[in-house]
Design a protein around this ligand. Structure first.
Ligand SMILES: NC(=O)c1ccc[n+]([C@@H]2O[C@H](COP(=O)([O-])OP(=O)(O)OC[C@H]3O[C@@H](n4cnc5c(N)ncnc54)[C@H](OP(=O)(O)O)[C@@H]3O)[C@@H](O)[C@H]2O)c1
Length: 283
């Protein structure tokens, strides 16, 4: 490649990134123009409350169902509530499930939702939404660099922003937990073969963000935790790949394990990264 071609490709990449960021800013601006938010009144009944992202399918839907079975209140968020048939059916049968629209890359919307629920303590803030980025977009020699921004925005920056926006809701609750669904793929110490550059990096990044946060908020009595389901049969893993994974797990079981681990978090083990079997995953 000549210097000119090099420059041209660098320019093209930077233009792409600039439009991506500009696009996100337009989305933020549009959301900001939607008008003032009327906060919901303080709930009459004190109930353990969980906010889940990506609650319309996969692990998020199972978290919603399993926490609802415990009698908790769930703020079940998803990008397109109007298309969330299974979640809506679950919510129709349980008045403690409140379905809300939330795209974790839209920071203004996160702030708006936080204002809407400003009178409601949130016991467990559960960052579950995540994307893999597509195997084909992270093959060395064919890397799609714009996808890296998207994966980081959803898997790392989104959870950070949600923790920041909802910190007072968690602080005023009883359990005071900020939990993120990470992945053993984000464990640098465990990596043995190269793959999933973007996805793995985003999970390493969220692990570091949450480690920092754990140190930051411990004195305020807030617990920060990382959990992982293990390889689980959701849309996250294409059906043709599932057969190749030994001992792939069912989502109901993976979520029950994560809930058990979330229960184990205290201020003494804040910042820990629990595997589904309860072992601590090395960074
Ligand atoms: N399944 C596994 O083997 C496995 C293993 C380790 C870790 N994990 C982690 O577990 C979490 C849940 O994964 P899953 O298996 O349930 O995957 P999934 O079935 O693909 O579901 C992903 C969920 O994230 C939502 N989402 C994606 N982008 C979003 C955004 N910008 N804003 C809000 N929601 C968004 C999706 O909503 P839409 O329907 O709108 O796309 C969907 O609800 C992820 O963080 C993943 O990294 C999964």
């Amino acid at each position: 490649m000549s210097d000119n071609e090099d420059d041209a490709s660098r320019r093209e990449f930077l233009t792409g990134v600039t439009s991506l960021v500009a696009g996100m800013m337009v989305t933020h601006a549009a959301a900001a123009e939607e008008g003032a938010v009327t906060p919901l009144p303080a709930p009459k009944k004190t109930m353990t409350t969980v906010l889940v992202t990506g609650a319309n399918r996969g692990l998020g839907l199972h978290f919603t169902r399993q926490y609802a079975k415990r009698g908790y209140r769930i703020i079940a968020t998803c990008r397109k509530p109007e298309q969330a048939a299974e979640l809506n059916a679950t919510a129709a049968a349980n008045p403690n499930i409140l379905v809300e629209r939330l795209d974790v890359v839209e920071h203004t919307s996160i702030d708006r939702l936080a204002r809407r629920y400003q009178n409601m303590p949130i016991d467990i803030l559960l960052n579950n939404a995540g994307i893999g980025g597509g195997i084909e977009n992270q093959l060395f020699g064919h890397m799609d660099y714009e996808v890296f921004y998207e994966v980081m925005a959803v898997n790392a920056i989104g959870p950070m922003k949600i923790c920041e926006a909802f910190r007072e809701h968690v602080k005023t609750s009883k359990l005071r937990k900020m939990i993120t669904v990470s992945s053993s793929q984000g464990s640098i110490a465990s990596v043995t073969m190269p793959m999933l550059y973007w996805y793995r990096s985003s999970k390493s990044a969220v692990n570091m963000l949450m480690t920092n946060l754990a140190l930051q908020v411990k004195r305020r009595g807030i617990i920060v935790g990382l959990v992982t389901p293990g390889a689980t049969a959701t849309d996250f893993i294409a059906k043709e790949f599932r057969k190749r994974i030994k001992n792939i797990r069912e989502p109901e079981v993976a979520v029950a394990d994560m809930i058990r681990n979330i229960d184990r978090f205290t201020l003494d083990n804040t910042g820990t990264f629990f595997n589904h079997d309860g072992a601590i995953i090395p960074w």
